[in-house]
Design a protein. Sequence first.
Length: 301
Amino acid sequence: MNQYTIKHLQELEAEAIYVIREVAAQFERPSLLFSGGKDSIVMFYLARKAFYPAKVPFPLVHIDTGHNFEETIEYRDRLVAETGVKLIVGSVQESIEKGRVVEETGPEASRNMLQTVTLLDTIAEHKFDCALGGGRRDEEKARAKERFFSHRDVFGQWDPKNQRPELWNIFNGRKNLGEHFRVFPLSNWTEMDVWQYILLEQIEMPSLYFTHRRKVFKRNGQYLAWAPFMQLKENEKIEELDVRCRTIGDITCTGLTLSKATTLEEIVQEIAATRVTERGSRADDRRSESAMEDRKREGYF
């Protein structure tokens, strides 16, 4: 890795740490949304740097769909045990049982869309006034509209036309009672930046990101991991292939990539050569042209 790249990553790191410290200074009850994916892992790593040698002063919040990869939960629990950070889990299954949401049915069913209600209920229950997220502007066109400090109204909804100006590095976290903010310290990072930073800092990652053998099936041109609760269509069949994840979410909507990358260096090389965007492997983004923006407006992210 050349000196220019290292300097670029150090500048991104300094910016993100500054934003995280601003959150701690401006909000009374912040939290960090943690999915077990690379972006939230890097964000927590940066938060540890920001407050070292003290512990991270806010909890991790994981919205558990009940359909997670086992590797994600194992990594999450080990990280919590090693660092002593507080973990709060919002359960989509509990939301279903309480009648807050209705579970989808059929082969295309996913709990990913149901996370919005569980997330907003969790924020309200714990009275969080800020939730740090790992969103990046390069991921998807709706996220490109985001600012570092993203205001949400009393219903948890996002209005892209009603956001505060961000001049230089001055962030406005003022809000009315019942409102909250989502804050995105990695806004100016790209997928390549994230992986090069992981390589530079040698951050441990879930095994899902590295090539491994897994039972999969192909649907709508992309490979999905097979799980006992997933329904196959008539023309779909299970096969074992060498795959890895580029982005991690609910099993039902996380696309897998055919790959031979088994090290961080090989992942960086693979990303440099690919012409498919990271979110291109997410089945939930294919439901409509405005799928992500619709969910953002509802309070998903």
